[in-house]
Structures are given as structure tokens and as C-alpha cells.
Design a protein around this ligand. Structure first.
Ligand code: PEP
Length: 254
């Protein structure tokens, strides 16, 4: 059975003290995710050590990186490799967030390299995809997002693809307060699962968690997550508020 996942994306926010307080508040609620639920916190690089302290005792909570290099190692000042993440016990890494694609020119090909390096180092990529508003207005979002998957993921074997989490994040809904409707999210998630089934077979496709991202909040999470192909969310703004994120965790399907 595929996992239902609430993934926080803190982006470049919070001092370390604020981050510790937020995590403490969320954990203090004592929510106990069921065996098929997981909670991820994608934190800034310096805070990854929380994996060895703050959440070390928790079984369903994991600290994730927000990015890693497409290079193995070497003279790339400022970069952080998948191998380094593995060496400090990190098991999840967000790959290809639209902010990275847009501001740091990350191409589908570069993201394929990052995915390969993550898998080589036993890190599960949370692979982000999603279209800009102009693509949605032309009604070409299905083929646009399909190409993102094909160019970054479809070289993987059936065993490898089942170690990927996909996050569909329409760019027009990220940080804008404008959420995709439940129907729009379900339609795209169903399309992505069909594309995965076409390449890898239905059984493999059914094992892959596909998260929705884009202005998810406590108030809309239950409805969004209730769709059959929506397996939780990747959450930016609302993940910075303990009570909001607790509501989002509670909204996951059991
Ligand atoms: C995100 O950053 O991945 C995101 C979905 O942000 P927000 O929830 O703020 O729209």
C-alpha cells in the first residue's frame, strides 16, 4: 500500500531556534501517524542535524533535504552532495522544486542526475513537477508534466521508480493562496498515475505516492487529500505554523 505523506517545505525560513521550537510544537501534539503515513520536514541544510536529535526517536517523522547537487563530489563550492546527505543519515530529499527550476535553471536532465545520485545513496527523492499558469491556460498541462516525468524519471527501473515520491505542484498555486480545485488535482494525479502505469505497469504505479502541493492549508487539506490519487501534500507556508501543519497531518488518509 502506498504511503500517505505530509511533507513540510520550510524553504529559506526560520532561525535554528525558531525551527527547533516549531518542530517541538508539532511533535508535542503527540499525533501518531498510522503505519502507512509519514511526515517529512524539508529543512535548510544547516538544520539537517535535527535528523540525529529532534526526530531520532520518532518512527514516522523524517528530516529531509531541500536539494542536493547533480555532481558526485569535487570542486563545486557551496554545493552539497547526495553522498554527504547519506553520511549524516538523511533519507529523503526534495528534487526539482519549481523555485529551483526557475531561479537556478535546473533542467529535467540535471534533475535526472540528482535523482540518480539520491538513489545511489539510498535517499528517496521527492520529485517535484508542475506547470506554469501560461501552460494551464493553453490546456497543455498534461503533456507538459508528463514530459517532466519522462525526461527526469523514465530511465529508472521498475524497482527504482517505486523509491520515488512525486509531488505535483502547479506553479500558479505555490505561495499564491490559489489552490488547485480538488477536481483539478485529482485529474492531474490520475493522469500521472496513468502515465506511470503505461511505462511501468499498474501495480508499480499504484505503489507510488503522488503528493499535491500549492497553498495546502489546514482548512482545505481534508478535501484535497480525500481524492483517490492524492496521497498527501507538500506544504510551504502552512508548514511554518504548528497548528496548521498538525491539521494537515490529521487530514492524511488512514
Ligand atoms: C511549496 O513550496 O512546495 C508549496 C507548495 O508552497 P505553498 O504551500 O506555500 O504554496
Amino acid at each position: 500500500m502506498r504511503k500517505q505523506i505530509a511533507a513540510a517545505n520550510w524553504k529559506m525560513n526560520l532561525t535554528y531556534k525558531q525551527a527547533e521550537t516549531l518542530l517541538d510544537e508539532i511533535l508535542a501534539a503527540g499525533l501518531e501517524p498510522s503505519p502507512n503515513q509519514q511526515v517529512l520536514f524539508s529543512v535548510p541544510f544547516p538544520y539537517l542535524i535535527m535528523a540525529n536529535s529532534e526526530v531520532a526517536e520518532e518512527t514516522s517523522y523524517f528530516i529531509a533535504a531541500q536539494n542536493c547537487s547533480d555532481k558526485k563530489s569535487g570542486a563545486y563550492t557551496g554545493e552539497v552532495s547526495a553522498e554527504m546527505l547519506q553520511s549524516i543519515g538523511i533519507k529523503y530529499c526534495v528534487i526539482g522544486h519549481s523555485e529551483r527550476r526557475d531561479y537556478f535553471n535546473e533542467s529535467n536532465q540535471m534533475l535526472a542526475e540528482k535523482v540518480n545520485l539520491c538513489l545511489k545513496h539510498e535517499i528517496i527523492p521527492v520529485f517535484c513537477c508542475g506547470e506554469a499558469l501560461s501552460v494551464r491556460e493553453q490546456e497543455t498541462q498534461n503533456s507538459f508534466v508528463q514530459t517532466q516525468l519522462e525526461e527526469s524519471l523514465f530511465h529508472l527501473s521498475p524497482e527504482q521508480i517505486q523509491n520515488i515520491i512525486i509531488a505535483y505542484e502547479p506553479i500558479w498555486a505555490i505561495g499564491t493562496g490559489r489552490t488547485a480545485s480538488t477536481q483539478q488535482a485529482q485529474e492531474m494525479h490520475h493522469h500521472l498515475r496513468s502515465v506511470l502505469a503505461g511505462r511501468y505497469g499498474q501495480e508499480v504505479a499504484d505503489n507510488i505516492s503522488i503528493l499535491y502541493g500549492g497553498s495546502v492549508k489546514g482548512a482545505n487539506a481534508i478535501e484535497l487529500f480525500s481524492s483517490p490519487d492524492v496521497d498527501g501534500g507538500l506544504v510551504g507556508g502552512a508548514s511554518l505554523q504548528a497548528t496548521e501543519f498538525q491539521q494537515i497531518i490529521k487530514a492524511l488518509k488512514k
